[in-house]
Design a protein around this ligand. Structure first.
Ligand code: ITT
Length: 197
């Protein structure tokens, strides 16, 4: 009987990436969209780890099964690491991905060259009855001055990876998982899951 692992995110785009990356694991992978009536968890932490822990703990307590939660975002050093933990709401409380991209482009319009460096960070928190563990991944890149590519989500069309000469949005889900912040964190999670199962 495979173990069950619940991906506790309300973001369907993240679920797509997790499902693809975890497909070869001997786990029955669920997501919040398999359920209704789960609690809303406010992300009021000051770090990716604090928010990932809060989400994982809240959903672990509600569902009482092994849970992972992801908190992730884009950091631009020239903007004092904004949008950071506020990446989902950079363009306002109900901002769409397009709104966020527009605000980022506007706030960076005076920056050029190395000033356009950025990094994506992902922290996953895993909780079961015996463990609380964190897995982090980071990928460096540059913010373009226009949207490029049609895949992915969020800031993907603006995030250019120099080693691939492509944006995240020009990669398939598998290609993105191979080099992305989330893909790296998931690989570390998988090593851990294989060790405990
Ligand atoms: P959950 O909290 O329910 O997981 P969320 O979308 O609110 O969903 P976060 O609080 O972690 O998730 O915010 C992450 C935001 O950072 C996300 O909405 C995007 O704007 C951005 N982001 C994170 N990973 C990304 C990726 O791989 N590609 C593009 N944008 C990403």
């Amino acid at each position: 009987m495979p173990h069950t692992l619940l991906i506790a995110t309300t973001n369907a785009d993240k679920v797509t990436e997790f499902r693809k990356a975890l497909a070869d694991l001997h786990y029955h992978v669920q997501s919040l969209s398999d359920y209704t009536g789960y609690p809303y968890i406010d992300e009021d932490g000051l770090t990716f780890a604090a928010n990932a822990y809060k989400k994982a703990l809240g959903y672990y307590r509600h569902f009482n099964k092994p849970v992972i939660a992801d908190d992730s975002g884009l950091q631009v050093p020239a903007l004092n690491n904004a949008p950071g933990i506020y990446s989902a709401r950079y363009g306002g409380p109900h901002a769409t991905y397009d709104d966020n991209n527009r605000v980022l482009l506007r706030n960076m319009c005076h920056l050029c060259g190395d000033e356009r460096q950025a990094r994506f960070v992902c922290t996953i928190c895993y909780i079961d009855e015996q463990h609380i563990r964190y897995f982090t991944g980071q990928t460096d890149g540059l913010i373009l001055d226009r949207l490029t590519g049609r895949h992915g989500f969020g800031y993907d069309p603006l995030f250019y990876v120099p080693s691939l000469q492509k944006t995240y949005a020009q990669l398939t889900t598998s290609e993105k998982n191979r080099i992305s912040h989330r893909g790296k964190a998931i690989q570390r999670l998988k090593t851990f899951l294989q060790a405990i199962s």
